[in-house]
Design a protein around this ligand. Sequence first.
Ligand SMILES: NC(=O)c1ccc[n+]([C@@H]2O[C@H](COP(=O)([O-])OP(=O)(O)OC[C@H]3O[C@@H](n4cnc5c(N)ncnc54)[C@H](O)[C@@H]3O)[C@@H](O)[C@H]2O)c1
Ligand SMILES: O=c1ccn([C@@H]2O[C@H](COP(=O)(O)OP(=O)(O)O[C@H]3O[C@H](CO)[C@H](O)[C@H](O)[C@H]3O)[C@@H](O)[C@H]2O)c(=O)[nH]1
Length: 343
Amino acid sequence: MTILVTGGAGYVGAHAVLALLDAGEQVVVLDDLSTGSRAAVPDGVPLVVGDVGDAALVSRTIADHRVDEIMHFAARIVVPESVADPLGYYEANTMKTRALLAASVAAGVRRLVFSSTAAVYGEPAGSTLTEDAPLVPINPYGRSKLMSEWMIADAARAHALGYVVLRYFNVAGADPKGRAGQSTPNATHLVKVACQAALGARPEVAIYGDDNPTRDGTCLRDYIQVSDLAEAHLSALRHLREGGDGAVFNCGYGRGASVHEVIEAVKRVSGVDFPVRRAERRAGDPASLVADTTRIRRVLGWSPRFADLHTIVAQALAWERSVSPDADGRTYARARIAASVNA
Ligand SMILES: NC(=O)c1ccc[n+]([C@@H]2O[C@H](COP(=O)([O-])OP(=O)(O)OC[C@H]3O[C@@H](n4cnc5c(N)ncnc54)[C@H](O)[C@@H]3O)[C@@H](O)[C@H]2O)c1
Ligand SMILES: O=c1ccn([C@@H]2O[C@H](COP(=O)(O)OP(=O)(O)O[C@H]3O[C@H](CO)[C@H](O)[C@H](O)[C@H]3O)[C@@H](O)[C@H]2O)c(=O)[nH]1
C-alpha cells in the first residue's frame, strides 16, 4: 500500500510525510513545487514533480506506485490572494481537486484524506465552532475548499471511496526534532512573520485591524501545532482502514489567541522587542475562528501533544533560525532531513 501525498513538499504535507514515515508507511509525493521545496521531501521518498490537476499524470502516478490511499494537501492557501484572484483559486483548489478525484475514482483508490479549512465557516457568531456550524465562507479561498468538500462527499457516496475531511484552524510551529518547518517563500502567516521580525529578517509586524469585536480588538485564531495536525491525518487514515464512515473533523485546540497575544509570545520567547504597527484590516479576515474539538477527540481518539502557544512559538523560532541568514549574512547549515529521519 502506498499513500500519495499531494503537496507533500509544502509545510503541512512535509510534516505528514514525516509522520507517515515514522509510522512505517510507504509514501509518494506529487508536488509542482510552486510554494513547496524539493529539500522538504526526505531522501528515499519518490517525488513526482507535476500538477495535481493533470489527470494523466495522477493516473500514471497511482498506477506506477500502486497507490490506494491519498492525502490531498496541494492548494493555494492565502486568503487575501484569493480575494484578488478568485478564478485562480477556484481553478487551483476546486477544479484540480475534481481532476484528482476523477483519476482516483477511475483507478479504484480506496481512501482520501482532504485538507480543508476553518475558512469554510465564514464569520461565525458563536464562540467555538462545531462541524455542524453554518457553512458560509466569506472569501473565495473558503468557498473553493467548501466546494471541494461537497465534491468529495458526493463522489464518495457514488463510488467506493472512504474519505475524511479535516478542517484545519491556523497551523503553526515546526517538527520538534527540527526536521521540517514552514519554508514557504514570502509567507504571510502571523507566527512565521513575527518570528522573522524577531530574527531581524523583517523590519516590523503589521497588525491587521485592532477594532474587531474581540477581547483586545485583534483577531482570534486557534493555532494548532503542525505535528499534532500530522498525527490527526494518521488517525483519520486508521479510522477509514477500520471501516469508519466518511466524516468531517475540526483540527484545533478549542482556544483562541489574539494577534497581540501571538506577538507578545514571540517577543517573550525570542527576547526581542521588534517594532509593531497598526494597519488596516485585511480583506476576507473573520474576527474569530476557534474550534470545538469534541468530535475529533471522541471519534478519532486524537489528543494533542503541543497545545501550548509558547511551545509552538519556540519551535517556529528554532526552525526560522535554522533557515534564516544570521547577522553576517551567512545561512545556518540545516541538518539534512534524511539524516534526522533515521535518527
Ligand atoms: N497553513 C495553514 O494554516 C492552513 C490552514 C488551513 C488549511 N490549510 C490547508 O493545508 C494544505 C497545505 O497547506 P500548507 O500550509 O502546507 O501550504 P504550502 O503552500 O506550504 O503547501 C502546498 C503545497 O502544494 C503544492 N502545490 C500547490 N498547487 C499545486 C498543484 N496544482 N499541483 C501540485 N502541487 C501543488 C505546493 O508546491 C506546496 O508544496 C492546503 O490545502 C491548505 O488549504 C492550511
Ligand atoms: O502580518 C500579519 C499576519 C497576520 N495577521 C493577522 O493574524 C491572523 C492570522 O492570519 P494568518 O495569515 O496567519 O492566517 P489566516 O487566519 O488568514 O488564514 C490561515 O488559517 C485559515 C483558517 O483559519 C486558512 O485555512 C488559511 O489557509 C490560513 O492561511 C489574522 O487575523 C491576520 O489578520 C496580522 O495581523 N499581521
